[in-house]
Design a protein around this ligand. Structure first.
Ligand SMILES: [Mg+2]
Length: 239
């Protein structure tokens, strides 16, 4: 278990998917709609292409090729036997647009309180995502600045490549030593933090010796922010 000393943090950088909202719940809801669509079309083509896209994105995160943005569509097209334009259109429809109205219902409890509490304590709140994040944040009713995505023209790199996190540090003027990356994956969010010399806090049910962890946004690790009057002398532990 590791503590977070909030007095030494000026910037909290949040991952989006699986961190701010329940990504499994959203996936189940979207799968229902995809199956209805497949039944109506009598084709699992869309499902297959989206599954191939997800797998390609995972591989690209491991491989870290330059210019992954084009490659994510062309490689998926190669695997799925379709055109890159079709992949792009389906991803835009099924992974970016259609989930938006469902997001608010999947938002994790207390995340809005935590954002407010961080700002009330004078800390900046930023977002770093491997997917476009601005529309999702608006749908979640959350505000962050800056919002940086792997697909931004000036970033062009997936986690754990530190380009996006370094851009956030530069834009906020906060040194790495006073920033905290909050995410849900050790191999992406903690790894990107470590690459940039930033501390990490990971949402997981399994405590991990390498990193501070939490399960919910009202866990003891956040209490000094959520209930500041209780902070003096309080022992703050994560996990
Ligand atoms: Mg995530």
């Amino acid at each position: 278990m590791q503590a977070i000393d909030w007095d030494r943090i000026d910037l909290a950088v949040f991952d989006v998917d699986g961190t701010l909202y329940d990504a499994s719940r959203l996936r189940r809801a979207m799968l229902g709609r995809l199956l209805l669509d497949a039944a109506a079309r009598r084709s699992t083509r869309t499902l297959r292409i989206l599954r191939a896209f997800r797998n390609v994105r995972e591989d690209l995160g491991d491989e870290q090729p330059p210019e992954f943005d084009e490659l994510q569509y062309t490689r998926t097209a190669g695997h799925a036997g379709c055109t890159a334009d079709e992949v792009r259109a389906l991803v835009g429809e099924w992974m970016e647009q259609r989930p938006l109205p469902l997001l608010a219902a999947c938002r994790y409890p207390h995340v809005d309180r935590l954002f407010d509490a961080l700002r009330a304590a004078g800390k900046q709140v930023a977002v770093l995502s491997d997917y476009p994040a601005a529309a999702k944040l608006a749908a979640l009713g959350l505000q962050a600045h800056p919002v940086v995505s792997a697909t931004d023209a000036e970033i062009g790199a997936l986690k754990p490549n530190p380009t996006g996190l370094r851009a956030i540090l530069e834009r906020t003027g906060v040194p790495a030593s006073r920033a905290l990356m909050i995410g849900d994956r050790i191999d992406r969010d903690a790894a990107v933090a470590w690459q940039a010399g930033v501390q990490a806090l990971i949402r997981t049910r399994k405590p991990d010796a390498r990193v501070a962890t939490f399960r919910r946004f009202d866990d003891p690790v956040f209490q000094p922010l959520l209930a500041p009057q209780a902070a003096p002398g309080m022992q703050v532990l994560a996990g």
